[in-house]
Ligand binder design. Structure first.
Ligand code: GCU
Length: 408
Protein backbone atom coordinates (compact mmCIF):
# COMPACT_ATOMS: atom_id res chain seq x y z
CA UNK A 1 0.00 0.00 0.00
CA UNK A 2 1.02 3.56 -0.75
CA UNK A 3 2.84 6.06 1.36
CA UNK A 4 3.43 3.74 4.26
CA UNK A 5 5.72 5.57 6.58
CA UNK A 6 8.79 4.20 8.18
CA UNK A 7 9.10 4.54 11.93
CA UNK A 8 6.40 2.08 12.80
CA UNK A 9 9.03 -0.69 12.77
CA UNK A 10 10.40 0.62 16.06
CA UNK A 11 7.08 0.08 17.83
CA UNK A 12 6.95 -3.35 19.49
CA UNK A 13 4.51 -5.90 18.08
CA UNK A 14 3.17 -8.73 20.15
CA UNK A 15 2.32 -12.06 18.54
CA UNK A 16 2.33 -14.09 21.73
CA UNK A 17 -1.10 -14.88 23.15
CA UNK A 18 0.44 -15.46 26.58
CA UNK A 19 1.68 -11.86 26.64
CA UNK A 20 -1.67 -10.23 25.99
CA UNK A 21 -2.31 -8.27 29.20
CA UNK A 22 -5.75 -8.52 30.77
CA UNK A 23 -8.17 -5.80 29.75
CA UNK A 24 -11.75 -4.79 30.46
CA UNK A 25 -14.01 -3.71 27.62
CA UNK A 26 -16.45 -0.84 28.07
CA UNK A 27 -19.78 -2.47 28.80
CA UNK A 28 -22.08 -2.39 25.77
CA UNK A 29 -25.22 -1.98 27.79
CA UNK A 30 -24.07 0.75 30.16
CA UNK A 31 -24.29 4.42 29.19
CA UNK A 32 -21.54 6.91 30.01
CA UNK A 33 -23.53 8.09 33.00
CA UNK A 34 -23.84 4.52 34.26
CA UNK A 35 -27.44 3.80 33.26
CA UNK A 36 -28.24 0.18 32.29
CA UNK A 37 -29.72 -0.46 28.86
CA UNK A 38 -32.40 -3.13 28.87
CA UNK A 39 -34.52 -2.35 25.81
CA UNK A 40 -34.19 -1.57 22.11
CA UNK A 41 -35.56 1.88 22.77
CA UNK A 42 -32.90 2.64 25.35
CA UNK A 43 -30.20 1.26 23.03
CA UNK A 44 -31.46 3.46 20.21
CA UNK A 45 -31.38 6.54 22.37
CA UNK A 46 -27.84 5.58 23.42
CA UNK A 47 -26.58 5.20 19.82
CA UNK A 48 -25.94 8.96 19.29
CA UNK A 49 -23.73 9.03 22.39
CA UNK A 50 -21.64 6.18 21.00
CA UNK A 51 -21.41 7.81 17.58
CA UNK A 52 -20.30 11.01 19.27
CA UNK A 53 -17.58 9.13 21.19
CA UNK A 54 -16.29 7.46 18.02
CA UNK A 55 -16.36 10.87 16.30
CA UNK A 56 -14.47 12.64 19.03
CA UNK A 57 -11.90 9.96 19.77
CA UNK A 58 -11.46 7.72 16.75
CA UNK A 59 -12.69 8.69 13.27
CA UNK A 60 -13.44 12.41 13.71
CA UNK A 61 -16.66 14.31 13.18
CA UNK A 62 -18.49 13.84 9.91
CA UNK A 63 -19.60 16.97 8.06
CA UNK A 64 -23.29 17.57 8.61
CA UNK A 65 -24.09 19.95 5.78
CA UNK A 66 -25.99 18.43 2.88
CA UNK A 67 -23.99 18.26 -0.35
CA UNK A 68 -25.68 18.62 -3.71
CA UNK A 69 -24.77 15.80 -6.05
CA UNK A 70 -25.11 15.82 -9.82
CA UNK A 71 -25.11 12.47 -11.59
CA UNK A 72 -23.85 12.11 -15.12
CA UNK A 73 -24.04 8.71 -16.79
CA UNK A 74 -20.93 8.62 -18.93
CA UNK A 75 -21.42 5.19 -20.52
CA UNK A 76 -23.88 2.33 -20.72
CA UNK A 77 -23.17 -1.04 -22.29
CA UNK A 78 -26.17 -3.35 -22.50
CA UNK A 79 -23.97 -6.27 -23.51
CA UNK A 80 -21.00 -6.19 -21.21
CA UNK A 81 -19.05 -9.24 -20.03
CA UNK A 82 -20.02 -11.45 -22.97
CA UNK A 83 -23.60 -10.34 -22.85
CA UNK A 84 -24.15 -11.31 -19.21
CA UNK A 85 -24.25 -7.82 -17.76
CA UNK A 86 -25.25 -4.23 -18.13
CA UNK A 87 -22.33 -1.99 -17.34
CA UNK A 88 -22.94 1.63 -16.39
CA UNK A 89 -20.46 4.30 -15.41
CA UNK A 90 -21.73 7.29 -13.50
CA UNK A 91 -19.80 10.38 -12.48
CA UNK A 92 -20.99 11.90 -9.24
CA UNK A 93 -20.14 15.61 -9.25
CA UNK A 94 -20.15 17.70 -6.09
CA UNK A 95 -22.23 20.53 -7.49
CA UNK A 96 -21.20 23.19 -4.98
CA UNK A 97 -17.51 22.42 -5.40
CA UNK A 98 -16.70 22.47 -9.12
CA UNK A 99 -12.98 22.35 -8.27
CA UNK A 100 -13.40 18.75 -7.09
CA UNK A 101 -13.14 15.91 -9.56
CA UNK A 102 -16.14 13.56 -9.60
CA UNK A 103 -16.48 10.25 -7.82
CA UNK A 104 -16.85 7.66 -10.58
CA UNK A 105 -19.16 4.70 -10.02
CA UNK A 106 -18.76 1.49 -11.98
CA UNK A 107 -22.02 -0.47 -11.83
CA UNK A 108 -22.59 -3.97 -13.15
CA UNK A 109 -26.14 -5.34 -13.15
CA UNK A 110 -26.92 -8.91 -14.20
CA UNK A 111 -28.81 -9.14 -17.50
CA UNK A 112 -32.29 -10.54 -17.82
CA UNK A 113 -33.64 -9.54 -14.43
CA UNK A 114 -37.13 -8.10 -14.21
CA UNK A 115 -36.93 -6.78 -10.66
CA UNK A 116 -34.46 -4.33 -9.10
CA UNK A 117 -31.63 -6.47 -7.73
CA UNK A 118 -29.78 -6.34 -4.40
CA UNK A 119 -26.40 -4.71 -4.71
CA UNK A 120 -22.92 -5.09 -3.24
CA UNK A 121 -21.39 -1.67 -2.62
CA UNK A 122 -17.62 -1.63 -2.29
CA UNK A 123 -14.71 0.72 -2.83
CA UNK A 124 -11.59 -0.47 -4.63
CA UNK A 125 -7.89 0.28 -4.08
CA UNK A 126 -6.54 0.73 -7.60
CA UNK A 127 -9.19 2.34 -9.81
CA UNK A 128 -12.36 0.93 -11.35
CA UNK A 129 -10.31 -0.38 -14.27
CA UNK A 130 -8.43 -2.67 -11.84
CA UNK A 131 -11.57 -4.64 -10.99
CA UNK A 132 -11.97 -6.30 -14.38
CA UNK A 133 -10.19 -6.55 -17.71
CA UNK A 134 -13.45 -5.36 -19.34
CA UNK A 135 -12.00 -2.89 -21.89
CA UNK A 136 -15.04 -0.63 -21.63
CA UNK A 137 -14.13 0.54 -18.13
CA UNK A 138 -12.76 4.06 -18.15
CA UNK A 139 -9.13 4.16 -17.04
CA UNK A 140 -8.83 6.23 -13.87
CA UNK A 141 -6.90 9.49 -14.30
CA UNK A 142 -6.54 10.04 -10.54
CA UNK A 143 -3.47 9.61 -8.35
CA UNK A 144 -3.02 5.87 -7.76
CA UNK A 145 -0.66 3.91 -5.51
CA UNK A 146 2.37 2.78 -7.56
CA UNK A 147 1.61 -0.93 -7.38
CA UNK A 148 1.81 -3.78 -9.83
CA UNK A 149 5.34 -3.48 -11.24
CA UNK A 150 5.02 -0.92 -13.99
CA UNK A 151 1.23 -1.07 -14.32
CA UNK A 152 0.92 2.25 -12.54
CA UNK A 153 3.67 4.71 -13.46
CA UNK A 154 4.20 7.96 -11.54
CA UNK A 155 0.89 7.32 -9.83
CA UNK A 156 -0.95 7.19 -13.16
CA UNK A 157 -2.69 4.12 -14.54
CA UNK A 158 -1.41 2.56 -17.76
CA UNK A 159 -3.41 0.22 -20.02
CA UNK A 160 -1.56 -2.64 -18.32
CA UNK A 161 -3.35 -1.78 -15.06
CA UNK A 162 -6.66 -3.11 -16.37
CA UNK A 163 -7.82 -6.01 -14.26
CA UNK A 164 -4.74 -5.82 -12.01
CA UNK A 165 -6.92 -6.64 -8.98
CA UNK A 166 -9.60 -8.70 -10.72
CA UNK A 167 -8.66 -11.68 -8.58
CA UNK A 168 -10.32 -9.84 -5.69
CA UNK A 169 -13.49 -9.13 -7.67
CA UNK A 170 -15.30 -12.24 -8.93
CA UNK A 171 -17.74 -10.12 -10.93
CA UNK A 172 -19.25 -12.99 -13.01
CA UNK A 173 -19.90 -15.00 -9.82
CA UNK A 174 -21.58 -12.05 -8.11
CA UNK A 175 -23.79 -11.34 -11.13
CA UNK A 176 -24.67 -15.01 -11.65
CA UNK A 177 -26.00 -15.06 -8.10
CA UNK A 178 -28.38 -12.22 -8.92
CA UNK A 179 -26.55 -9.27 -7.39
CA UNK A 180 -25.38 -6.01 -8.86
CA UNK A 181 -21.95 -4.64 -7.98
CA UNK A 182 -21.22 -0.94 -7.50
CA UNK A 183 -17.65 0.13 -6.97
CA UNK A 184 -15.69 3.38 -6.67
CA UNK A 185 -11.96 3.99 -6.43
CA UNK A 186 -11.46 5.21 -2.85
CA UNK A 187 -8.95 7.80 -4.04
CA UNK A 188 -11.76 9.58 -5.91
CA UNK A 189 -12.90 10.73 -2.48
CA UNK A 190 -9.43 11.16 -1.04
CA UNK A 191 -6.12 9.89 -2.43
CA UNK A 192 -4.46 7.72 0.23
CA UNK A 193 -1.38 9.74 1.16
CA UNK A 194 -0.68 12.48 3.71
CA UNK A 195 -1.46 15.33 1.28
CA UNK A 196 -4.37 13.51 -0.33
CA UNK A 197 -6.97 15.53 1.55
CA UNK A 198 -5.90 18.66 -0.37
CA UNK A 199 -7.46 17.32 -3.56
CA UNK A 200 -10.30 15.39 -1.95
CA UNK A 201 -13.59 16.03 -0.22
CA UNK A 202 -11.88 17.12 3.01
CA UNK A 203 -10.44 20.16 1.22
CA UNK A 204 -13.93 21.64 1.05
CA UNK A 205 -15.91 19.92 3.84
CA UNK A 206 -14.53 20.39 7.36
CA UNK A 207 -10.81 20.65 6.47
CA UNK A 208 -8.43 19.43 9.20
CA UNK A 209 -8.64 21.75 12.22
CA UNK A 210 -9.31 20.53 15.75
CA UNK A 211 -8.62 17.26 17.57
CA UNK A 212 -11.90 15.77 16.37
CA UNK A 213 -11.45 16.62 12.67
CA UNK A 214 -12.30 13.74 10.40
CA UNK A 215 -9.55 11.80 8.68
CA UNK A 216 -9.28 9.86 5.45
CA UNK A 217 -11.21 6.88 6.87
CA UNK A 218 -14.11 9.24 7.60
CA UNK A 219 -13.90 10.67 4.09
CA UNK A 220 -14.03 7.22 2.50
CA UNK A 221 -16.99 6.30 4.72
CA UNK A 222 -18.72 9.50 3.65
CA UNK A 223 -18.17 8.52 0.01
CA UNK A 224 -19.82 5.16 0.59
CA UNK A 225 -23.01 6.92 1.65
CA UNK A 226 -22.83 9.08 -1.48
CA UNK A 227 -22.62 5.89 -3.54
CA UNK A 228 -25.83 4.82 -1.88
CA UNK A 229 -27.42 8.22 -2.60
CA UNK A 230 -26.86 7.52 -6.28
CA UNK A 231 -28.01 3.91 -6.10
CA UNK A 232 -31.30 5.04 -4.57
CA UNK A 233 -31.99 6.83 -7.85
CA UNK A 234 -31.14 3.90 -10.13
CA UNK A 235 -34.17 1.71 -10.91
CA UNK A 236 -31.99 -1.29 -11.83
CA UNK A 237 -30.97 -1.89 -8.23
CA UNK A 238 -32.77 -2.30 -4.94
CA UNK A 239 -30.93 0.17 -2.73
CA UNK A 240 -32.81 -1.10 0.32
CA UNK A 241 -30.81 -4.31 -0.16
CA UNK A 242 -27.35 -2.79 -0.30
CA UNK A 243 -24.58 -4.87 1.24
CA UNK A 244 -21.56 -2.74 2.06
CA UNK A 245 -18.29 -4.65 1.69
CA UNK A 246 -14.73 -3.52 2.35
CA UNK A 247 -11.26 -4.91 2.78
CA UNK A 248 -8.62 -3.79 5.24
CA UNK A 249 -8.38 0.02 5.50
CA UNK A 250 -11.52 0.21 3.38
CA UNK A 251 -13.01 -2.39 5.74
CA UNK A 252 -12.43 0.03 8.61
CA UNK A 253 -14.26 2.76 6.67
CA UNK A 254 -17.02 0.30 5.82
CA UNK A 255 -17.78 -0.27 9.50
CA UNK A 256 -17.89 3.43 10.23
CA UNK A 257 -20.16 4.04 7.22
CA UNK A 258 -22.41 1.14 8.23
CA UNK A 259 -22.64 2.42 11.80
CA UNK A 260 -23.57 5.93 10.68
CA UNK A 261 -25.84 5.13 7.76
CA UNK A 262 -28.56 2.65 8.58
CA UNK A 263 -29.69 2.59 4.94
CA UNK A 264 -27.02 -0.07 4.38
CA UNK A 265 -28.86 -3.37 4.83
CA UNK A 266 -25.77 -5.34 5.87
CA UNK A 267 -22.05 -4.83 6.38
CA UNK A 268 -19.07 -7.04 5.54
CA UNK A 269 -15.65 -6.20 6.95
CA UNK A 270 -12.83 -8.25 5.47
CA UNK A 271 -9.50 -8.33 7.35
CA UNK A 272 -10.04 -4.83 8.75
CA UNK A 273 -7.93 -5.36 11.87
CA UNK A 274 -6.91 -2.47 14.12
CA UNK A 275 -9.28 0.50 13.88
CA UNK A 276 -11.74 -1.96 12.29
CA UNK A 277 -13.11 -5.11 13.86
CA UNK A 278 -10.14 -5.94 16.13
CA UNK A 279 -10.40 -4.92 19.76
CA UNK A 280 -8.09 -1.99 20.51
CA UNK A 281 -7.48 -3.09 24.08
CA UNK A 282 -5.95 -6.39 23.01
CA UNK A 283 -2.22 -5.98 22.62
CA UNK A 284 -1.67 -8.25 19.63
CA UNK A 285 -0.54 -7.42 16.10
CA UNK A 286 -1.10 -3.87 14.94
CA UNK A 287 -1.79 -1.25 17.60
CA UNK A 288 -3.29 2.23 17.58
CA UNK A 289 0.26 3.54 17.77
CA UNK A 290 1.30 1.63 14.63
CA UNK A 291 -1.75 2.97 12.81
CA UNK A 292 -1.19 6.57 13.82
CA UNK A 293 2.52 6.38 13.04
CA UNK A 294 2.20 4.85 9.58
CA UNK A 295 -1.01 6.62 8.62
CA UNK A 296 -1.28 9.82 10.68
CA UNK A 297 -4.03 11.18 8.39
CA UNK A 298 -6.50 8.26 8.62
CA UNK A 299 -8.11 8.98 12.00
CA UNK A 300 -8.83 12.11 14.03
CA UNK A 301 -5.88 13.77 15.80
CA UNK A 302 -7.35 12.89 19.19
CA UNK A 303 -6.92 9.16 18.42
CA UNK A 304 -3.15 9.66 18.87
CA UNK A 305 -3.75 10.34 22.58
CA UNK A 306 -4.36 6.58 22.95
CA UNK A 307 -1.17 5.47 21.20
CA UNK A 308 0.38 4.25 24.43
CA UNK A 309 -2.80 3.59 26.33
CA UNK A 310 -5.74 2.05 24.50
CA UNK A 311 -7.37 1.36 27.87
CA UNK A 312 -8.02 5.09 28.20
CA UNK A 313 -10.06 5.15 25.01
CA UNK A 314 -13.68 5.68 26.08
CA UNK A 315 -14.87 3.13 23.50
CA UNK A 316 -13.66 -0.09 21.93
CA UNK A 317 -14.38 -1.55 18.52
CA UNK A 318 -17.13 -3.96 19.66
CA UNK A 319 -19.26 -0.86 20.26
CA UNK A 320 -18.76 0.21 16.67
CA UNK A 321 -19.78 -3.24 15.46
CA UNK A 322 -22.84 -3.14 17.73
CA UNK A 323 -23.95 0.06 15.98
CA UNK A 324 -24.61 -2.14 12.92
CA UNK A 325 -27.20 -4.15 14.90
CA UNK A 326 -29.81 -5.41 14.27
CA UNK A 327 -28.56 -5.57 10.68
CA UNK A 328 -26.50 -8.54 9.51
CA UNK A 329 -22.74 -8.18 9.97
CA UNK A 330 -19.94 -10.35 8.57
CA UNK A 331 -16.44 -10.21 10.05
CA UNK A 332 -13.67 -12.10 8.27
CA UNK A 333 -10.07 -12.85 9.14
CA UNK A 334 -7.22 -14.77 7.54
CA UNK A 335 -4.95 -17.06 9.52
CA UNK A 336 -1.74 -15.60 8.08
CA UNK A 337 -2.97 -12.07 8.71
CA UNK A 338 -1.84 -11.96 12.33
CA UNK A 339 -1.12 -8.22 11.96
CA UNK A 340 -4.92 -7.78 11.93
CA UNK A 341 -5.34 -9.99 15.03
CA UNK A 342 -7.88 -12.63 13.93
CA UNK A 343 -8.72 -13.49 17.52
CA UNK A 344 -9.30 -9.83 18.37
CA UNK A 345 -11.56 -9.56 15.32
CA UNK A 346 -13.51 -12.62 16.45
CA UNK A 347 -13.83 -11.28 19.99
CA UNK A 348 -15.05 -7.93 18.66
CA UNK A 349 -17.78 -9.70 16.68
CA UNK A 350 -18.70 -11.92 19.61
CA UNK A 351 -18.98 -9.02 22.04
CA UNK A 352 -21.89 -7.53 20.06
CA UNK A 353 -24.19 -10.37 21.20
CA UNK A 354 -26.13 -8.47 23.92
CA UNK A 355 -27.27 -5.80 21.46
CA UNK A 356 -28.53 -8.36 18.92
CA UNK A 357 -30.34 -10.00 21.82
CA UNK A 358 -32.21 -6.77 22.49
CA UNK A 359 -33.65 -7.26 19.00
CA UNK A 360 -34.40 -10.95 19.69
CA UNK A 361 -31.66 -11.94 17.29
CA UNK A 362 -28.73 -14.23 17.76
CA UNK A 363 -25.45 -12.54 16.85
CA UNK A 364 -22.65 -15.07 16.56
CA UNK A 365 -24.35 -17.52 18.87
CA UNK A 366 -21.13 -19.32 19.79
CA UNK A 367 -18.05 -18.47 21.76
CA UNK A 368 -15.11 -20.57 20.57
CA UNK A 369 -12.89 -19.13 17.87
CA UNK A 370 -13.59 -21.54 14.99
CA UNK A 371 -10.97 -23.54 13.13
CA UNK A 372 -9.82 -22.29 9.74
CA UNK A 373 -12.32 -22.27 6.88
CA UNK A 374 -15.24 -22.83 9.22
CA UNK A 375 -17.78 -20.03 8.84
CA UNK A 376 -19.91 -19.61 11.96
CA UNK A 377 -22.68 -17.42 13.31
CA UNK A 378 -26.23 -16.27 12.74
CA UNK A 379 -26.98 -12.58 12.21
CA UNK A 380 -23.31 -11.90 12.93
CA UNK A 381 -21.00 -14.22 11.03
CA UNK A 382 -17.32 -14.89 11.13
CA UNK A 383 -14.69 -16.94 9.40
CA UNK A 384 -10.93 -17.23 9.42
CA UNK A 385 -9.77 -18.59 6.11
CA UNK A 386 -6.41 -20.03 5.25
CA UNK A 387 -3.93 -17.69 3.62
CA UNK A 388 -2.83 -14.09 3.83
CA UNK A 389 -4.31 -10.61 4.08
CA UNK A 390 -6.44 -10.53 0.92
CA UNK A 391 -9.91 -10.95 -0.55
CA UNK A 392 -10.43 -14.31 -2.19
CA UNK A 393 -13.20 -16.23 -3.91
CA UNK A 394 -13.59 -18.15 -0.67
CA UNK A 395 -14.42 -14.89 1.11
CA UNK A 396 -16.89 -13.84 -1.60
CA UNK A 397 -18.60 -17.25 -1.54
CA UNK A 398 -19.32 -16.74 2.17
CA UNK A 399 -20.57 -13.17 1.60
CA UNK A 400 -22.91 -14.33 -1.17
CA UNK A 401 -24.32 -17.07 1.03
CA UNK A 402 -24.73 -14.58 3.88
CA UNK A 403 -26.51 -12.11 1.58
CA UNK A 404 -28.70 -14.88 0.12
CA UNK A 405 -29.80 -15.92 3.59
CA UNK A 406 -30.09 -12.59 5.35
CA UNK A 407 -30.57 -9.84 2.78
CA UNK A 408 -32.01 -11.16 -0.48
C1 GCU B 1 -1.57 -1.78 6.64
C2 GCU B 1 -2.21 -1.20 7.88
C3 GCU B 1 -3.53 -1.89 8.21
C4 GCU B 1 -4.42 -1.87 6.99
C5 GCU B 1 -3.68 -2.48 5.81
C6 GCU B 1 -4.44 -2.45 4.48
O1 GCU B 1 -1.14 -3.07 6.89
O2 GCU B 1 -1.31 -1.32 8.94
O3 GCU B 1 -4.19 -1.24 9.27
O4 GCU B 1 -5.62 -2.55 7.25
O5 GCU B 1 -2.49 -1.78 5.59
O6 GCU B 1 -5.23 -1.55 4.25
O7 GCU B 1 -4.16 -3.33 3.64
Amino acid sequence: PAAEKAGAQQIPVNYDEAKVPPYTLPDLLTTKSGRQITSRKQWESHRPELIRLFSEHVYGKMPTQPVRLRYETTSVDLNALNGTAIRKQISVFFADYPQLPPMNILLYVPKGTTQPVPVFVSMNFQGNHSVSTDPGITLSTRWLPNLGAGKVVNHQATEAARGMQDRRWPVPMILARGYALATVYYGDVEPDHPDGWKTGIRSVLSPPAGPDSWGAIGAWAWGMSRMLDYLETDPAVNARKAVLVGHSRIGKATLWAGALDSRFAAVVSNDSGEGGTALARRWYGETIEHLNTQFPYWFCPQYKAYNKNPNALPVDQHQLLALIAPRPLYVASAVEDQWADPKGEFLGAKATEPVYQLYSKTGLGMSEHPAVNQPVGQTVRYHMRTGVHDVTNYDWEQYLKFADELVK
